[in-house]
Design a protein around this ligand. Structure first.
Ligand SMILES: [Zn+2]
Length: 64
């Protein structure tokens, strides 16, 4: 019998998002693979759009 308590009580790592980030809808292609990524984040301070595909590729686009 595996020790379920140990598994269930394990703290889940919560993704930490900067409070300044705005969630975006829509679909953007990953620049490092062919994947279509749903959603993303917009940083209005840096004017930077970021989105991460399921393989962990981080994409960003600076808007002038
Ligand atoms: Zn990718």
């Amino acid at each position: 019998m595996p020790n379920l308590d140990e598994f269930l009580n394990k703290p889940k790592p919560e993704p930490v998002y900067n409070a300044e980030l705005v969630r975006l809808g829509g679909i953007r292609g990953c620049m490092k693979c062919e994947e279509d990524v749903v959603g993303g984040f917009w940083n209005p301070i840096e004017r930077l759009m970021t989105w991460t595909c399921s393989k962990g590729h981080e994409n960003s686009f600076q808007v002038d």
